[in-house]
Design a protein around this ligand. Structure first.
Ligand SMILES: C[S@@+](CC[C@H](N)C(=O)[O-])C[C@H]1O[C@@H](n2cnc3c(N)ncnc32)[C@H](O)[C@@H]1O
Length: 294
């Protein structure tokens, strides 16, 4: 187990995402944007994946895009919230329907070395243990297979975290892992040539309640098992809202997101993996030049 073990209450998280499924697409603007950016990066890699797995596929926007792009591939959507998979089923032509798998990304119900490409957008921050998650990814990837993901770094929702910190000591915002530690976890799982980089994005809101409503619909409100229990008192909520006002700029309230992009390869048989993380430039070059997996 890594030192970055979370205690996400999975039952709660699954319930929250299940409830959010129908409205999710209306608010998941940032998630859709970074998912598209990751698809663009994938264009740089010459891959002919036989099997593609979209991990934490949500309503299946990217799953459908992957199925469109890789017409010869078999595309699998995996999510632990069944209502999310029901949304996925509604997409695309009946010919190109992805296979939907209801399961936990930390315990993939898939055979060893059965997947050529894992795509995971904005989902692995829901792992309780990144080492377990990446070991599972490594296990199901074929040698030479590619893992590509986005997740969020520690500066994500920093204004909300700071505003709550002025009110109480409870944990109100999820804990996000630093990019370097994510890179280390990839290496520990035996994934090769990891490449990580960060992009900062800011959403703006008129009121904190707008942000909180979005987080709720995204299923992304706090489900840490050490979250404060019971209803958050009206007084404390108001105190947090006034504390958030210190961040107001040009009339609106910012909500920062530190978006982490990463990719790594399942080593070819006999490959010894101990490569350090490299920069964005190197990423672009390596993606442009290397045709891993044929
Ligand atoms: C923020 S959404 C991202 C959805 C989609 N990838 C997108 O880009 O819109 C995270 C998704 O991961 C799923 N998820 C969270 N924890 C999971 C777990 N342990 N196993 C499987 N799916 C999980 C949630 O149900 C949700 O659909």
């Amino acid at each position: 187990m890594s030192e970055h073990h979370h205690t996400i209450d999975k039952r709660q998280a699954r319930l929250a995402f299940s409830k959010a499924a129908e409205q999710y697409d209306q608010v998941a603007v940032l998630q859709r944007e970074i998912g598209e950016r990751m698809l663009d990066r994938l264009e740089l890699v010459r891959l002919q994946p036989g099997v593609i797995l979209d991990v934490g596929s949500g309503t299946g926007v990217a799953t459908a895009a992957l199925a469109d792009r890789y017409r010869k591939s078999r595309v699998l959507a995996l999510d632990f919230a069944f209502p999310m998979l029901l949304q996925t089923r509604k997409r695309g032509s009946w010919l190109r329907k992805p296979r939907c798998i209801c399961g936990d990304l930390e315990q993939l119900p898939l055979a060893d070395q059965s997947v050529d490409l894992i795509y995971s957008n904005a989902a692995i921050q829901w792992s309780n243990d990144l080492d377990t998650t990446f070991s599972e990814f490594r296990r199901v990837l074929r040698p030479g297979g590619l893992l590509m993901f986005t997740t969020f770094g520690p500066d994500t929702l920093m204004e909300l975290r700071a505003a709550w910190a002025e009110v109480d000591e409870g944990s109100h915002v999820s804990n996000f892992i630093d990019m370097h530690d994510i890179g280390d976890a990839l290496l520990r799982a035996g994934l090769a040539d990891p490449v990580m980089d960060v992009d900062r994005m800011t959403l703006t809101y008129e009121r904190v309640t707008g942000l909180m409503r979005d987080l709720k619909v995204l299923g992304a409100h706090n489900v840490n098992s050490d979250r404060p229990r019971g209803l958050t008192g009206k007084g404390r909520l108001q105190a947090m809202q006034s504390a958030y006002e210190q961040f107001r700029k040009d009339g609106s309230l910012p909500a920062s997101y530190e978006v982490v992009y990463g990719h790594a390869w399942a080593p070819e048989a006999g490959h010894k993996s101990n490569a350090p993380s490299v920069s964005l430039d190197q990423l672009t070059r390596s993606l442009g030049q290397v045709g891993h997996g044929g």
